[in-house]
Write a protein that binds this ligand. Structure first.
Ligand code: MD3
Ligand code: FE
Length: 206
């Protein structure tokens, strides 16, 4: 593993944080989570417009979105079952990269097909912005974009590859960010292709 690159204050990237064996092990654990908590298609508040990204979660809480709004809840929106536990491998990544934060309560699983995107947004549905968000990417590479804490300012783009970790804390915690595109065929990790992004989050005040 190579060291951290601080891309902006509070935004650190760890290229190749997980080696191939670590990526394969995590991929298989997330496969088991998805078998228990099937991917759902989130919808925009008010309009009900579907996201192009499919989602699931593990941990005590999961992030969902539908006509009623964005929120964290303890159960799957379609099956009603509690979210599967967060694999200890993910908890260990949090402990290593966010050692000063209380434990993560949610891990949002984003599933990108070849043409999926995520529009620029802020992550502000958590009560606690003092903890960072820790992200891991698996599968095809993505073109990620990040700006400042206000919409419409300058942005920078960089490529996230399978195995990369990113931490978003401090002044970057409320930065606007999104995913402009996936690079289909850029990784052999997922047999079906596509990309998985995992974001671990502290939701309630620690
Ligand atoms: C920068 N996911 O789930 S992960 C999300 O690749 C989300 O699926 C993207 O945005 C993805 O909300 C980006 C990296 C990331 C996560 C949270 C951030 C970057 C961030 C919060 C603030 C600034
Ligand atoms: Fe986000």
């Amino acid at each position: 593993m190579s060291g951290a690159v601080e891309i902006a204050p509070g935004l650190s990237c760890y290229p190749g944080y997980l080696d191939r064996a670590g990526q394969e092990a995590l991929r298989d654990e997330i496969g088991a989570v998805l078998a228990a908590a099937p991917p759902f298609v989130p919808r925009m508040p008010r309009t009900g417009r579907p996201f192009s990204v499919r989602m699931s979660n593990c941990g005590e809480l999961g992030w969902v979105s539908d006509e009623q709004g964005y929120r964290y809840q303890p159960t799957h929106p379609e099956t009603g079952a509690p979210w599967p536990p967060m694999p200890s491998r993910l908890q260990a990544v949090w402990a290593a990269l966010a050692p000063d934060a209380p434990p993560p309560e949610a891990c949002l699983i984003n599933l990108y097909g070849a043409t999926a995107r995520m529009a620029l947004h802020q992550d502000r549905d958590e009560e606690d912005f003092s903890a960072p968000i820790v992200s891991l990417s698996l599968g095809d590479a993505a073109l990620f974009r990040v700006g400042g804490a206000t919409r419409g300012g300058p942005t920078r783009s960089f490529r996230l590859e399978s195995g990369d970790a990113v931490t978003l804390g401090g002044p970057a915690r409320l930065a606007f960010h999104g995913v402009d595109r996936i690079y289909p065929g850029s990784s052999t990790l997922l047999a079906e292709g596509g990309r998985i992004n995992l974001t671990m989050r502290r939701v309630t005040k620690g």
